[in-house]
Write a protein that binds this ligand. Structure first.
Ligand code: SF4
Ligand code: SF4
Length: 539
């Protein structure tokens, strides 16, 4: 894992593998990924299982995809009856090839946490939450949404869906919203800074390409959020890539000693603007045109926002390294870097020409395991959708309850009694990734199937709750099993019909356009708020 946690202690025949320098493991750089347990050839290292008595159990193995971040690591989840015992990395995983981070390795049990688990529907009556039948909870939700639509117009009704739902569950949520004439959005969606510049709301390149590129700029990179990406950067560095980390102060990274250079800047776009200015001037000089001519030809508000930057030697050096590479890529996290800096990153790629071909472009990490799946379905709106909403159904999200204070009717479907669920008029039991059967589309558009390792205690999976709600709204969906949803999606969505399991939808994407944008004086890093209860407790 490249963290120097374990080492050889002692000499000669007495040498043993121990935490580095014989210190306690917690005093080393250990990132608790469990990889040593996975590869230990003797069984000397074992994880503590999530049960009181540590006894060997016969387990069943299910192929799952990690439901935490957008990398899309493949796992094998081990269960014994209704008990989730452990999750181990799948050596054949196309993204992770046998590696997991702590969230994927040990986060599976979060879904099974007993405290505040919702196992029956609930209604709030006169301010008191009481258990109810599915029939009463679903009818109340349907009637309240219909009456808000009649009273205020269908724009006053909205459905929010979590980016951890499978693509099939999110498809049904959208279908429900469409049939109601309601808005559909996700609190976790963030405006994509690549879109105004490249016309893409997706990572143009794939992660494997990092292994064959020459220079990688990791910009605004927080390894904690996507540890397996740090491992990929380390592997790329070992394969010969020069990795340059450009982060704001306050985002210092551990275990990135493999980087050829690490620059910590103020938390504003100043340093990136300097890099962009050097690239713009190089491009202008190469074209033989005056800066004014070149700027006039640039398709938009162009270079004016970087023209005033005073270029430091460090920025000039990094710009030259990046510009002169035959192949170069940028890696950034959409949920860490501000929207304006994401635009600037796209500008930098356009100015350098490093965009639109294999091993030459951008890998953008999205916030959650199926954020890209929502984009594929056209669910790109975020919390701005709440404007004027009076009746809201929230599927698996837990934003700050203050955000929905103007909503008159709130229904929440989630695994636990979250802070948002406590404010709801109707609470419906939801399911976690460990119960999910369907597809996730990772950040590089890789289409992967996950399988249910556990049956939901409450009886219904998320897709079944949506179908029951459609029934209560008297607009029934003809879905009796996950296969029915898949068949319907294949009939109506070309990209879904053509997607092959394990493959990247669309391959390396060429920009739809290349329009330089003027960059606002914003912050560099601006992490999105987490809107998912399960992600919170995993963290
Ligand atoms: S848990 Fe991960 S980081 Fe810690 S010692 Fe094991 S392999 Fe190394
Ligand atoms: S890197 Fe992301 S997808 Fe992979 S195991 Fe960690 S949290 Fe899960």
């Amino acid at each position: 894992m490249g963290v120097g946690a374990l080492g050889y202690v002692g000499r000669g025949f007495d040498t043993v593998v121990l935490p580095a320098l014989g210190r306690p493991l917690e005093e080393t750089g250990c990132i608790s990924c469990g990889q040593c347990v996975s590869v230990c050839p003797t069984g000397a290292l074992q994880e503590h299982l999530p049960m009181k008595k540590q006894i060997p159990l016969e387990t069943e193995e299910t192929d799952t995809i990690c439901g935490f971040c957008s990398m899309g690591c493949a796992q094998k989840t081990m269960t014994h009856g209704s008990l989730a015992v452990k999750a181990i990395p799948d050596p054949g995983g196309p993204v992770n090839a046998g590696v997991l981070c702590v969230n994927g390795r040990f986060g599976f049990s979060s879904a099974c946490r007993e405290e505040e688990r919702i196992s029956v529907p609930m209604l709030k009556v006169n301010g008191t939450v009481t258990g109810a039948s599915y029939h009463d909870a679903l009818v109340m939700t349907a009637k309240s949404m219909q009456s808000a639509a009649r009273r205020y117009g269908s724009d006053a009704v909205a459905v929010a869906v979590s980016a951890r739902f499978t693509t099939e569950e999110a498809y049904l949520a959208k279908k429900l919203a469409d049939q109601l004439g309601a808005k559909i959005f996700s609190f976790s969606n963030r405006v994509c800074g690549l879109e105004p510049v490249l016309g893409l709301n997706a990572s143009p390149n794939t992660m494997d390409e990092l292994m064959g590129t020459e220079v990688i700029l990791a910009v605004g990179f927080d390894a904690q959020a996507n540890q397996v990406m740090r491992v990929k950067l380390m592997q790329a560095a070992k394969a010969g890539a020069q990795v340059v980390l450009i982060n704001p102060v306050g985002y210092e990274q551990e275990h990135m000693e493999f980087a050829a250079k690490a620059v910590y800047t103020d938390n504003n776009p100043g340093f990136l603007k300097q890099v962009a200015k050097v690239l713009a001037e190089t491009k202008t000089a190469a074209s033989g045109k005056s800066p004014a001519q070149s700027a006039a030809e640039a398709d938009a508000a162009d270079l004016s926002s970087v023209a005033d930057a005073t270029v430091s030697d460090e920025a000039a050096e990094i710009a030259a390294l990046y510009q002169n590479a035959k192949k170069a890529m940028i890696v950034f996290q959409q949920h860490v870097v501000s929207v304006s800096c994401a635009e600037l990153i796209a500008d930098i790629a356009v100015l350098s020409g490093h965009i639109g071909s294999p091993r030459d472009g951008i890998v953008m990490l999205k916030p959650k395991n199926n954020s890209q799946g929502l984009v594929q379905l056209g669910i790109t709106a975020g919390a701005e959708c709440l404007e004027g909403v009076k009746a809201l159904l929230v599927l698996g999200e837990n934003p700050d309850p203050e955000m929905v204070k103007n909503v008159e009717f709130l229904a929440v479907c989630d695994t636990h009694l979250t802070s948002l669920a406590r404010e709801a008029d109707v609470i419906l039991p939801g399911t976690a990734p460990i119960h999910a059967e369907g597809s996730y589309i990772n950040t590089e558009r890789r289409f992967q199937m996950t399988h249910a390792a556990l049956e939901p205690e409450a009886g219904f999976r998320n897709w079944q709750v949506i179908c029951e709600l459609a029934e209560a709204l008297e607009m029934p969906f003809s879905c009796d099993a996950e296969d029915d949803i898949e068949r319907e999606m294949a009939d109506s969505l070309t990209w879904y019909r053509e997607a092959s399991e394990g493959e990247v939808i669309g391959g390396v994407l060429k920009p739809v356009k290349q329009v330089l944008t003027a960059v606002k004086d914003d912050v560099f890093a601006e992490p999105s708020a987490n809107t998912d209860y399960l992600m919170d407790i995993i963290k």
